[in-house]
Design a binder for this molecule. Structure first.
Ligand code: 2AM
Ligand code: CA
Ligand code: CA
Ligand code: CA
Length: 267
């Protein structure tokens, strides 16, 4: 093997755990919170320090690996050749600030464009969801069972209420029929957590009109490993070099929702 995936996986797991320990240690301290694109788009010093921690570790061990990180301390990644770590140091920063829970560290490792390692760490619960492509997915040491099929009338789906209220991105009426027909909707405020909820079958699907690569890079590797389906809202392949809409789901249900609720939308 050109790249030693097993070694990369071992390092990645130990770094993510250590970064989580640092985040837990920060809880008693006062957070320095600032806004980015709008007053509700938050970032803290801990987001930045955590990203910098990963960059130091990765570059110190693998100088030729590249890093795409939300807070911008990594490389400017314009292609996916070689090994690329796609990192969200804290996914769910608003939850981190307001709740000190319902957030995660998310790391997807891509080799020549193919998602090979996925890690999502629920720091507060010390729960690491992880996989290497083709070797099964785990919650800590416990193997996660494969996903089974589900039907719309019995599905619980994650969807932010913003998308069924007047908003700047999509026609807010498009998703109302789906919301009416499913058993229930949920919104957790962290794309990575919502994706591990799909991976573990706690919810049946998650839909959203726009996310960055670091929000979804790890989650799609884990969901695919468990037999789930990962596409954009048009049912097309996701691209880690640009923003995407996202539709991840149990098998079967994915096709039903796409055909009966999504196919006419302009996503
Ligand atoms: P973040 O916490 O890493 O920013 C919130 O519904 C989810 O959307 C989170 O996973 C959040 O990731 C993500 N998100 C993507 N773009 C965002 C933005 N501009 N503002 C707030 N959250 C955003
Ligand atoms: Ca952010
Ligand atoms: Ca994010
Ligand atoms: Ca983030």
């Amino acid at each position: 093997m050109e790249h030693n995936l097993k070694e990369i996986y071992t390092y990645a797991k130990s770094w993510v755990k250590e970064a989580g320990e640092n985040i837990r240690a920060s809880f008693p301290k006062t957070l320095n919170v600032t806004s980015k694109s709008n007053p509700n788009d938050l970032v803290t010093d801990i987001d930045k320090e955590t990203e910098q921690y990963f960059i130091e570790k990765i570059k110190g061990t693998y100088p030729d690996h590249r890093i795409m990180g939300e807070e911008g301390y990594g490389d400017e990644v314009k292609s996916l050749t070689g090994v690329v770590w796609i990192i969200d140091p804290i996914d769910g920063t608003m939850n981190f600030v307001h709740q000190q829970r319902n957030f995660a560290i998310s790391i997807g490792i891509y080799v020549d464009g193919e998602g090979m390692i996925g890690l999502i760490y629920d720091v507060v619960h010390d729960e690491l969801y992880h996989c290497v492509k083709g070797q099964g997915a785990y919650l800590n040491e416990v193997s996660i069972p494969k996903l089974t099929e589900a039907k719309v009338s019995e599905a619980v789906i994650a969807l932010n209420a913003v998308w069924v209220s007047p908003n700047k991105r999509i026609d807010h009426e498009l998703l109302i029929p789906l919301v009416k027909d499913v058993r229930g909707t949920r919104s957790y405020g962290s794309a990575a957590m919502e994706m591990v909820y799909v991976a573990t079958g706690r919810i049946d699907a998650y839909l959203t009109p726009r996310l960055a690569p670091w929000d979804i890079a790890a989650g799609i590797i884990i969901i695919k490993e468990l037999g789930g389906v990962t596409t954009d809202l048009r049912g097309e392949e996701l691209d880690m070099l640009q923003q995407n809409s996202l539709f991840v789901s149990k098998p079967g249900l994915h096709g039903d929702i796409l055909k009966n609720y999504l196919k006419d939308g302009k996503w």
